[in-house]
Write a protein of this length. Structure first.
Length: 302
């Protein structure tokens, strides 16, 4: 059967190409949303592996389509296909957000921390009000600074209302905005049904206090970078360039595929939690740069 598609294309190049794009975007989205909260990053790894397999299948299908002839259709004019415009936007958003997703993978916590967090969440270890029995020692006042308000620091003896009965526990180095006094309510983390877990002022897995500063950093620095990167990439990816990307060219696509596969390999130490030469975060950081290297190669070749 003759290939009735445009030069270098067939039904299988379209199927494998869009499956590659879809799995890649899904993997990026899962990484950004932290679908897998700790290693192994199963969802991200499965989708990234599927995109790599479909990319290899696209290369094979494109090579076969290029050998089938004669071809019945002439090469379309640049920008004449709606899919070209769709792909240009997907590339524009995909590259910077792929870098951001790789950064998110690189800062993923350990499996031990993730399992401990889930264990504490299961036993309802949360922040609740406790009553001060008395301060232990004299509270120390820290005057306000340029970026901080004044606060008091001291050890506190508090009464924690566990379900088995109230217990008095000491919270060390507790800070309050008001001078602590007997009968005042303060916040503490504890699980009502598990007195053996004790109580504490802070919880290592409480991200609420960091959410505000984190969002400020994202809005002030990260989001403008991503928007600028999308605009720049979109300006570089003219319709004729996207059209050329849809046709397999060994000198263009094989190096890009190799660069991206190396990037995936560099993310594996964090995703699967093992060290290479004593490092696992450093390879992930290097892997986050590979989408930019692949884009640089595309721009150079076009």
């Amino acid at each position: 059967m003759r290939n009735t598609y445009e030069p270098g294309h067939s039904r299988w190049t379209g199927i494998t190409g869009w499956l590659t794009v879809g799995c890649t975007l899904a993997a990026i989205l899962c990484a950004l949303l932290s679908v897998s909260s700790y290693p192994p990053l199963t969802a991200e790894l499965c989708l990234a592996g599927a995109s790599a397999v479909f990319a290899c299948c696209w290369v094979a299908a494109s090579y076969r389509a290029g050998r089938i002839g004669p071809l019945d259709k002439p090469r379309p004019l640049p920008g004449s296909r709606p899919s070209d415009r769709v792909l240009s936007w997907l590339f524009a958003f995909g590259v910077p957000f792929a870098v951001a997703a790789a950064w998110m993978v690189g800062v993923t916590g350990s499996s031990a921390e993730g399992m401990e967090r889930e264990r504490l969440e299961r036993i309802d270890y949360e922040r609740r009000d406790v009553e001060i029995v008395r301060p232990v020692g004299d509270p120390v006042y820290s005057p306000p600074g340029e970026d901080t308000a004044g606060f008091w620091t001291t050890d506190l003896l508090v009464r924690v209302p566990f379900t088995t009965g109230p217990r008095e526990l000491v919270l060390e180095e507790y800070t309050t905005s008001r001078r602590p006094a007997e009968g005042m309510l303060v916040d503490a983390y504890y699980a009502p049904g598990h007195p053996e877990e004790g109580a504490s002022e802070h919880w290592a897995f409480d991200f609420g206090q960091l959410f505000g500063p984190f969002m400020v950093v994202v809005l002030v620095f990260v989001l403008p970078f991503l928007i600028g990167a999308v605009a720049w990439i979109k300006s570089e990816l003219f319709d004729f360039q996207v059209q050329s990307l849809r046709r397999f060219r060994p000198l263009l696509h094989l190096p890009v595929l190799g660069i991206l596969l190396c990037g995936l390999a560099l993310l594996l130490p964090v995703a699967l939690e093992f060290e290479v030469g004593g490092f696992h975060r450093l390879p992930a950081f290097l892997g986050s740069l590979t989408p930019l290297l692949a884009l640089a190669w595309v721009v150079r070749e076009n």
